[in-house]
Design a binder for this molecule. Structure first.
Ligand SMILES: NC(=O)c1ccc[n+]([C@@H]2O[C@H](COP(=O)([O-])OP(=O)(O)OC[C@H]3O[C@@H](n4cnc5c(N)ncnc54)[C@H](O)[C@@H]3O)[C@@H](O)[C@H]2O)c1
Length: 562
């Protein structure tokens, strides 16, 4: 008798196996923000703009200088004035600071008009805004935030100049998205006084701010910026000075893995978008998101972070976006991206209706299926004829429900008739999703595919049928997001709490990646990643030590060592 094939080995055994045999290969920004703001506005369009206005008597910084009064500078100025600081606006471009002041006046007037702000508060805020004629007017500022052009040499020059103007204990802050805070500080006599202070666009609506410590930044500088952030009602998160800080780093998994799925021709763009929205609750599918941000923004960012991390496979960009960028098919703004646009509306191809099958075959479920009991219950609820014998009859539709593996591997390992074998993604509780996802293998007969489709759509729930894929669509995309996030914790880039907060507020994900991992179960996430590595042989899927250890020990992904 042949030994029963094992495709869901225990985590411990898999760890051992991996350690023993798989020591293999384990081994612009600004525009991104603009795009993120568009996405945010899209996702939160119904949200109130401002809920409260602090006119604090004792703001942490009494005099805040803002250098660069473009989109970001004026938003930061608004927050600082609302927190009760005197705000000095400086810009090299003649008239820019005045323009920022009058734009803020309009903003506040609008809020007063909507009864979201008192007229007296508006007056007080306006009176706190001053125009600086030169940098030296910022001499009394105890905080200067720069939001100027994203160039290392220009930012270094500015801070060197500012060091000669402000007092030694004044805090200097850079709103850079992509430059190293440590590199900017390297030009300074007092690098301890410089921190990253990364706001998102639009500043009043994006409620998270990354406070970034460069190598030499003093802890008290970060603490003061953290406290100040709370004073104007935003949520501060602490980040180490690493490429992408928290939000832009954690966001690497979603698009890159979806591109790999489409690159394998598992499913088309619209199907992948539908699956991720309906199964996980993402507000935008990855291809809708890339269309909104535009590939001239997002592809260079993918390349940049990949190279900044010295070709880390987890961040590997895709030839698909490189080619579409070269061809100018960059997204909604040009009317043509992953979707075609008509008057700004994406032309999303309609889903094919579920096939009509006169007589459904009996169904046999693999004993190794994930959530087998739930799958049986679902089949019962759908009125399926269920076979319970040890092996399927010659007529049966064979169902497998892998985690991380593809349907082909299961059919081969379990010695099933591949022509009658279809996979169903049971990673999530069926009741918690709005869509079921089935996968065929290259040998699956069309009548068996159609029977499975018809059966699982028979209660009216949406069904997508994709081609074979290690981990369908949701498993591999979500596991990639969780893996990147856990590795950020492993590297100490931020705390687990700050990671989930930053991603939820900064990227609008339905929950933080660590909460996602806990919901799915760290052991399941590990199993998906191990099996993805088996299917693809790609170190991209190697699990982070943070995830391995917590998964193996049955701990939450938010667990920190004592
Ligand atoms: N726009 C975003 O979504 C976003 C988000 C987070 C961080 N950032 C960062 O914020 C900074 C500003 O971005 P923005 O979108 O507000 O740019 P912007 O082009 O809207 O405004 C920049 C302003 O800085 C002024 N300026 C340029 N060089 C200057 C100098 N040497 N001294 C004084 N003023 C100078 C310009 O005249 C302009 O008014 C960049 O570092 C960017 O990476 C931008």
């Amino acid at each position: 008798m042949t030994a029963a094939p094992v495709y869901r080995p225990s985590v411990a055994a898999e760890l051992l196996k991996t350690v023993n045999s798989k020591i293999q290969a384990v081994h612009v920004w600004r525009t991104l923000e603009v795009l993120r703001s568009i996405v945010w506005a899209f996702c939160h369009s119904s949200r109130r703009v401002h809920s409260k206005y602090n006119t604090l008597m004792h703001p942490i910084f009494r005099n805040t200088g803002i250098v660069g009064t473009g989109a970001m500078g004026r938003g930061i100025a608004q927050m600082a004035a609302q927190a009760g600081s005197e705000v000095w606006l400086f810009d090299v471009q003649a008239g820019a600071a005045e323009a920022a002041r009058s734009a803020l006046q309009t903003t506040w007037q609008t809020l007063v008009g909507k009864n979201r702000m008192e007229a007296s508060q508006m007056e007080a805020c306006l009176n706190r805004l001053r125009i600086a004629g030169s940098l030296s007017d910022l001499a009394t500022c105890d905080l200067v935030v720069e939001a100027i052009v994203e160039r290392l040499d220009v930012k270094q020059r500015l801070f060197v100049d500012l060091e000669g103007i402000v007092t030694p204990d004044a805090v200097l802050a850079t709103n850079t998205s992509s430059l190293s805070v440590t590199s900017i500080g390297a030009a300074l006599k007092r690098p301890a006084q410089l921190a990253g202070y990364h706001f998102f666009n639009p500043v009043p609506l994006m409620k998270v701010v990354e406070v970034i410590a460069g190598l030499k930044t003093s802890a008290s500088v970060c603490q003061r910026l953290t406290d100040y952030t709370r004073q104007f009602g935003h949520t501060p998160v602490a980040a180490q000075d690493t490429p992408g800080f928290i939000v832009n780093h954690a966001g690497r998994g979603y698009g890159t893995e979806a591109l790999r799925v489409v690159g394998e021709r598992v499913a088309d763009f619209a199907t992948i978008d539908r699956i991720l929205k309906d199964q996980m609750g993402f507000k935008l599918g990855p291809f809708e998101l890339m269309d909104l941000t535009a590939l001239d923004v997002s592809h260079p960012v993918m390349e940049s972070i990949y190279h900044q991390y010295f070709e880390e496979p987890r961040y590997r960009p895709s030839v698909i976006t490189a080619q579409r960028l070269a061809g100018g098919v960059v997204g909604k703004k040009v009317g043509e991206g992953f979707y075609a646009y008509d008057k700004g509306q994406a032309q999303i191809p309609a889903e094919a209706p579920a096939p009509v099958v006169a007589e459904l075959p009996p169904v046999w479920v693999s004993p190794k299926a994930a959530r087998r009991a739930e799958l049986y219950q679902l089949l019962k609820d759908l009125g399926a004829r269920i076979e319970t014998a040890a092996a399927p009859s010659a007529a049966a539709l064979i169902l497998v429900a892998p985690l991380g593996l593809d349907v082909t591997t299961l059919a081969a390992v379990e010695r099933l008739d591949a022509s009658r074998t279809v996979g169903i993604d049971m990673m999530l509780d069926d009741a918690s999703t709005r869509r079921r996802v089935l996968a065929t293998n290259p040998a699956t007969r069309s009548d068996m595919r159609d029977a499975a489709h018809a059966l699982f759509a028979s209660d009216g729930k949406a069904v997508s049928v994709v081609r074979d894929s290690g981990g369908f669509v949701t498993q591999r995309v979500v596991a990639t997001i969780i893996n990147i996030a856990t590795d950020m914790c492993q590297q100490g880039i931020c705390s687990p709490t700050d990671l989930d907060v930053a991603v939820t507020l900064g990227l609008g994900y339905p929950m933080g990646p660590l909460a996602m991992g806990d919901r799915i179960g760290p052991t399941n996430v590990l199993e998906i990643l191990f099996n993805l590595q088996t299917v693809y042989g790609d170190p991209r899927y190697r699990p982070s030590p943070w995830l391995r250890r917590r998964g193996a020990l049955g701990l939450s992904l938010t667990h920190e060592e004592a």
